[in-house]
Design a protein around this ligand. Structure first.
Ligand code: 4GX
Length: 241
């Protein structure tokens, strides 16, 4: 399940270059019964199965023996939401253990005894924590030095300054009557920067007003936003962005 995402493209290269190291630990390998059972029925009854504490405990202890400072994260919709700020904080840890649960989750004692932090990648339910762990690896890795081609690109992305990105275009200039904004072809670097900032502000104001509250805005930015919000175009055409 993990091999394609981790071998392909940017993550694959990051592993090759030794910028990140990923180890997949199969909890089933830490069972002591003949059938390698990792789940059991819930005490108190109810539907579904719960992941047993012992195999998880042994798996985590094995990893921690080699890396005692590892920070253990359990992926669950009950965790605190992953965002760029949390991603940055977590990417500064030297070693993370990402615990993936299946079924109805893990025995509560796993959380009490072995989990440092619970993280959710969003308010929806996956079939298991594996995809959530891959999302974590992907988004944390690109913040590490030498993982992206250019160290700057991670910093320049959406959310680094709490604004959505401005629209991007590449060739051709005209596609079926839809053309690239003139300013981008003008060669006027200052005008281009102004246009991009305005479009980023426009998108954020229209689509994610909650982000604007967090953004660092200049006096000019605030004026531009007022203009955008007051302009006939934005008020009458709901599709303005
Ligand atoms: N962000 N899942 C965890 C097992 C489970 C079930 C019930 C606790 C209670 C998810 C998410 C996510 C699916 C991972 C259910 N754990 N993980 N799994 N959203 O949906 O992180």
């Amino acid at each position: 399940m993990f091999s394609s995402p981790f071998e392909a493209s940017i993550l694959g290269k990051a592993i090759e270059k030794g910028r990140i190291e990923i180890r997949i630990v199969n909890i089933r390998d830490f069972t002591s019964d003949k059938h390698h059972v990792v789940d059991d029925t819930p005490y108190g009854g109810g539907q579904g199965m719960v992941m047993k504490v012992e195999p998880i405990a042994r798996a985590i202890e094995r990893v921690k023996a080699e890396s005692p400072s590892a920070w253990t994260v359990y992926l669950t919709p009950q965790g605190r939401s992953l965002n760029q700020e949390r991603a940055r904080a977590l990417s500064s840890k030297a070693h993370l253990i990402l615990l993936c649960g299946r079924y109805e989750g893990v025995d509560e004692r796993v959380r009490e005894m072995f989990v440092d932090e619970e993280v959710s990648i969003g308010d929806y339910v996956l079939t298991g924590g594996e995809l959530a762990a891959m999302v974590m690896v992907d988004t944390l890795s690109r913040l590490l030095p030498g993982v992206l081609g250019c160290d700057q690109s991670a910093e320049e992305d959406s959310f680094s300054d709490s604004l959505l990105e401005y629209p991007q275009y590449t060739r051709p200039v005209d596609f079926r009557g839809h053309s690239v904004p003139d300013v981008l072809l003008s060669g006027n670097h200052e005008a281009i920067l102004r246009w991009r900032r305005k479009e980023a502000l426009r998108r954020t104001a229209k689509r994610r007003p909650d982000l604007l509250a967090k953004a660092t805005l200049s006096e000019t930015d605030r004026k531009v936003i007022d203009e955008i919000l007051q302009s006939e175009e934005t008020r009458t055409r709901g599709d303005g962005v």
